[in-house]
Design a binder for this molecule. Sequence first.
Ligand code: MSP
Length: 645
Amino acid sequence: MSDNCEKAYITTPIYYVNDIPHIGHAYTTIIADTLAIYSRMAGLDTFFLTGTDEHGQKIEEAAKKRGKTPKEYADEISSKFKELWDEFDITYDKYIRTTDQEHKIGVQKAFEKMLEKGDIYKGTYEGHYCISCETFFTQTQLVDSEFCPECGKPTSVVQEESYFFKLSKYQDKLLEWYKSEDKAILPKTKKNEVMRFVEDGLDDLSITRTSFDWGVKLPDSVNDPKHVIYVWLDALMNYVTALGYGKDEKLMDYWPARVHLIGKDILRFHAIFWPAFLMSLELPLPKHIAAHGWWTRDGEKMSKSKGNVINPKEVADAYGLENFRYFMLREVPFGGDGDFSQKALIDRINSDLGNDLGNLLNRLIGMSGKYSEGVVSSENVDKYYSKELKEVEESISKLEPLLFDMQLHRYLEELWRPLSIANKAIDNYQPWNLMKEGKEEEALALNGLIANILAKVAVMLHPVMPKTTQKIADALGFIINNNSYVKLIKNYELLDKFTIKKTPPLFPRVEEQLLNEPEQKENRVQKAKNDKKESSTGVITIDEFFKTELKIGTIIEAQEVPKSKKLLKLQVDIGEDRPRQVIAGIKEWYAPEDLVDTQVCVVANLKPAKLMGMLSEGMLLAAKDENGLSLIRPEKPKSVGTKIS
Ligand code: MSP
């Protein structure tokens, strides 16, 4: 690649080594991989970075629990991530670990540079620290003065000597950047959130810790050995230390990043801290920071305790790696949350891939075998099917901007339009009748049209399904690479004459498979057995039913729970001496003001539970289907406390 070739540096977040890889990590990595493969195919000089984030109190504690040193523990988990990406054929160019010596040197260099610049000073930090999120919060950010607004776990008050980064100094410059670079943060809706946060005012950032050891030490020149560098400064720096920042800077030509792919939960760190650090280091800012949404499973948040975490390897083994890649990118609009359901995955495989794409290739193999001994030519395609060729060209020309704007689901949606044009053309022109009517030239040109559509789709689908699309290309007598990309996509030329190769079906129909990690499967089996013992037929007696105390209640107060997307805090009168506090996950469907003075059905004898640190003393009956959630209410008003039977 020549030095003046346009560069594309693409990164994933570096993954914490306190957890094994799951579907969320796979999602980020697969998107980044797709962009990297596309960039290479399009002739950009591409560098794709991934790796692991290994310092901090959270890792230190996780290692201690397992009787390991932090480094031993980090080695073990980091290699699990690497193994998975290798099994997934992820085309990363470098795998960075924050325990790499070069990285640590780069972080120390950055600290020195910020110090020289006058952007670091020493002070005392007092704040509420959440170990789980490795983040400090101000009093006002906490839920119920104590709980972490991100994960709901209790925070602890920490007071310690600390070095501070003058984040406040960069507030205006950051705002200017967001305003001048329209696509700096994608999707754009997320940019507005970031801007509001910055406009509210930025505090200086504590960037060292003395309460634990497992981190990058301050540079020797500072001579303050009890401090280690805050894990987020350490981690963010990976994007430039991987290119040799502070040491051998020969890869620094790749900077600035074309895109940092991240999840929405870590947007604040990337869209505020990181550009401020870069401004201090006098380095250019990344072109895009793209934040995707969160994956849930069958509508529920995934967590180890629920045993519903999806192991990406298991899904890939059961349904095919590339099918899984297609599903993840196609199913959810980038930036939105997505639900993983096997049904949706199966539908995508059998319908989009099997019917629309796989069958089209089979039809072409069948027709060309029958009419022309497998020989397919682009001759006469334009003569008979110029309208279809034009429509396909329009679709193809829309694709690249969609990809670089992270509209991956729309990219794939648009890519399916040519397939539909091809399938419709076969149905409309009925080549078997054309042959009967002696219009052989027209029938063969139709095969040429189908082959060209398949070829163009294969090239553009290649970054998502690299091996499958090479198989399609192989059947059509070409190889997917920069040459074929330029010829078929950029120049919109047609295929040379070829003899089609018979190919086994690319997307055999799939059925539902049992998914779960082995230990969780056992837990599930045990649970299923217990449930069965308790109620062998699923039928309950009237006495069992009456164990649930259901009462009519009137909502007298309803408030949003700050920082929670789902929860509302309700006071419900159920005819007792004081109202019950109910924390209900209904915020997505009901505005608090619409709930006050309405009646609901309350489960009144449920054991109280704490949600985000707040006591919930009951549950509301509701029904949820694909159209959303509806509270169950009495048909006519009833006195509060009335028993429901
Ligand atoms: N170590 C930091 C990143 C530092 S980058 C300089 C970190 N690591 S993480 O392992 O916790 O998360 C990495 C990525 O996985 C994040 O982008 C996060 O959004 C993503 N996901 C983790 N769980 C997820 C889902 N359930 N769904 C989608 N992505 C989620 O944060």
